[in-house]
Design a protein around this ligand. Structure first.
Ligand code: SF4
Ligand code: SF4
Length: 302
């Protein structure tokens, strides 16, 4: 088994919306996009992050004494860390009695991750489910991803990859050789608006979708639906036409929900998505009705 390692931030068991049947979803850390509505902000940064939750600190100074790198300070504004000198050793997360330090992300080897997900083999066997690699963007850790998916294939586990499609084409096509299903995000058809809301244009994403289609691999298009951003009929029809042209298996409509506010606060990141609203039931029904003109398999929630 290879000694490759990946940085992941979560493993979610019994996931019902990340591919067919019961899934175990592995969330890879780091993403080249910065979608304003992202509900997994812990997946944006590629490196492990240590958060200091100042409001929990009771001022006992335990972490200051135990920090091997001596990079913590107790100030009138709360606990402060010198990010440049912090070695990410996690001692503070283990010693703070008030749980005021929290780590997000960890390194994991291929063997360790395969052993971890192998515990779920009975569920996969019974339900026809499998693993889904999500994030963040799993294609950003391609060597690990390839080795992990290969190992899962050897165990007969169904493998899905949930991707933004923003990666070198050769990387995507290599991963396709060891993937059973792609969950491929299509956020906005207009490239300028795509760049405005995600930080990148959609040119490479769409050329990758075309290249992936040519491989014949099963693909489901996933549309995060955000009121006033991509809910207009023109965008929905263009997305439906794209899906039909790629002969995808189906389309998943993922309504935006403003549930990530607390996560952004903890990470000290600005949540631009709090300005958005979820689509109304009426709007959602209309979107599904339009998409059904392009695909026989349109689902809300995936
Ligand atoms: S150990 Fe926790 S409670 Fe004590 S000073 Fe450090 S952050 Fe505050
Ligand atoms: S992670 Fe380690 S080096 Fe960084 S602040 Fe905590 S104890 Fe210090």
């Amino acid at each position: 088994m290879t000694a490759l390692a990946a940085t992941i931030f979560a493993i979610k068991r019994y996931a019902l919306h990340d591919g067919p049947h019961i899934r175990t979803t592995i969330f890879f850390k780091g993403c080249p996009l910065a979608c304003h509505w992202c509900h997994n902000p812990e997946g944006m940064d590629f490196k492990v992050e240590i958060l200091s939750l100042t409001e929990k600190c009771v001022g006992c100074r335990e972490c200051l004494e135990k920090c091997p790198a001596q990079v913590l300070q107790l100030t009138p504004d709360g606990i402060r860390r010198d990010e440049n000198r912090c070695t990410l050793c996690r001692t503070c997360t283990l010693t703070c009695p008030a749980l005021a330090h929290e780590a997000t992300g960890r390194q994991i080897g291929v063997g360790e991750l395969v052993a971890e997900i192998s515990k779920d083999l009975p569920f996969f066997d019974q339900s026809g489910g499998g693993i889904t690699c999500s994030g963040g963007e799993p294609l950003c850790q391609p060597e690990f991803l390839y080795a992990f998916l290969t190992a899962c294939g050897a165990l007969g586990i169904h493998r899905a990859v949930d991707t933004s499609g923003f990666a070198p084409t050769e990387t995507l096509l290599r991963i396709a050789t060891v993937t059973d299903l792609f969950l491929f995000d299509v956020k906005l058809m207009d490239s300028k608006r795509h760049e405005l809301y995600t930080g990148v244009t959609n040119n490479m994403i769409f050329s990758n979708l075309k290249a992936l289609t040519a491989t014949g691999k099963p693909i489901r298009i996933r549309i995060p639906v955000i009121a006033g951003v991509n809910t207009d009929e023109e965008n929905i029809r263009a997305t439906g036409a794209l899906a039909a042209g790629c002969r995808v298996e189906g389309i998943d409509v993922l309504p935006y929900h403003p549930s990530a506010t607390a996560k952004y606060r903890k990470l000290n990141k600005i949540y631009q998505g709090k300005l958005f609203t979820a689509p109304s039931g009426e709007s959602l029904a209309r979107i599904v009705e339009i998409l059904q003109q392009y695909s026989d398999d349109v689902r809300i929630g995936g």
